[in-house]
Design a protein around this ligand. Structure first.
Ligand code: UFG
Length: 342
């Protein structure tokens, strides 16, 4: 297939590009390089593999999008380009709505204009907010009441896509889509080529590894008074390669004009303290921690019921051991202590 990957130079997008190339697809990347890295694309074949092409540009700008859509007749768009920090979204909601909602709107306009009929959209489990009692583990029918602007931009995106697909159905030009509601993505590719390099970094796992590398003094635990077993937030940590497996399965199994939402998480919840302990075991570093206040926009507990994605897409995670997942990230971080600039 010819696949347009927006945000393909970012952490998750670059892992998707690597996998798509490996599967024999032709990949065109559109990325503004604000949080992505040209070096990530070079590591997986930019400049040497003629099935990989790239233009630098904003998904919010029609000119950049039109340039990208003119390159090839695309069979599918994987839309990763977005801002993805819950805490940052509370302080900068307009920036988040612009990047995430306007960006998606522009992509859909181009899908209409260029008659592209498939989309895999990066949604988020943060669209569920704090699930009501009895709804954890979370399944896809759980009510969606996001508690952060970030989560709301992703929920707005889902509605935008549904409405667009309905209009295309009525026009006799069926549009197929999958919403993948990611849980907490972590780990790095097992061949060691691709990593996670964000500036600023606010995600728990990379922060712990930066402490182990001596780049930070300690990790701050954001809240210890949550209604969870040890008082810290519980999340479902899914390996990035398993997440990409879900994208490929969704793209391959999509049927004309049909749409579906799938949660992507392994189905186990770990607290912040458990993640810190795991990082200590893996890195053999003390990783000092400090107990601080809650961070705005955080839900207390979120982990997945993976039943639907197993049943309908045949997905199951290959990485289920927490220490092993964190070890894949540690391997890249310790080999590249200054990220892609190493
Ligand atoms: N945390 C800390 N200290 C830190 C960083 C994080 O205690 O220095 C805590 C957070 O408060 C949260 C947990 O660790 O309870 C995980 O936080 P992350 O920032 O790593 O991830 P989030 O859960 O906020 O968000 C991530 C992605 C979102 C996705 C969401 C789904 O950034 O895109 O997972 O839960 F929607």
């Amino acid at each position: 297939m010819n696949v347009l990957v927006t945000g393909g130079a970012g952490y998750i997008g670059s892992h998707a590009v690597q996998r798509l190339l490996r599967d024999g697809h032709t990949v065109f990347v559109l990325d503004n390089l604000v949080r992505g890295h040209r070096k990530a694309l070079r590591a997986i074949g930019l400049g040497t593999n003629d099935r990989l092409r790239f233009i630098e540009g904003e998904v919010t700008k029609p000119t950049a999008i039109t340039r990208a859509f003119r390159q090839l007749p695309f069979d599918c768009v994987m839309h990763f380009a977005a801002l993805a920090y819950v805490g940052e979204s509370v302080d900068q909601p307009l920036r988040y709505y612009d990047a995430n909602t306007t960006g998606l709107l522009r992509i859909l306009q181009a899908c209409e204009k260029f008659n592209v009929r498939r989309l895999v959209f990066s949604s988020s489990c943060s669209t569920y907010g704090d699930p009501p009692e009895g709804r954890i583990p979370v399944d896809e029918d759980c009510p969606q009441h996001p508690v952060s602007p970030y989560g709301r931009t992703k929920l707005a995106g889902e509605w935008l896509i549904r409405d667009f697909a309905e209009s295309r159905r009525r026009a006799g030009k069926p549009f197929a889509y999958a919403f993948l509601r990611y849980f907490n993505v972590c780990g790095c590719d097992t061949t060691g080529l691709l990593g996670e390099d964000h500036e600023p970094e606010t995600h728990l796992v990379p922060i712990l590894l930066e402490v182990a590398l001596g780049k930070r003094e300690r990790v701050d635990i954001h809240g210890t008074d949550y209604p969870t077993p040890d008082g810290t937030c519980v999340r479902d940590y899914v390996h990035v390669e398993d997440l990409i497996d879900a994208h490929v399965l969704a793209m391959e199994k999509m049927r004309d004009g049909e749409g579906g939402a799938y949660n992507v998480g392994i189905g186990k919840g770990y607290s912040v303290r458990q993640i810190i302990e795991s990082a200590r075991r893996v890195t053999k570093h003390a990783i000092p921690s400090h107990e601080g206040p809650r961070r705005a926009g955080d839900a207390a507990m979120l982990y997945n019921n993976p039943e639907k994605i197993r049943r309908e897409l045949g997905w199951s995670p290959k990485h289920t051991d927490l220490d092993e997942i964190i070890a894949t990230a540690w391997r890249w971080f310790s080999a590249n202590p200054n990220g892609y600039e190493s």
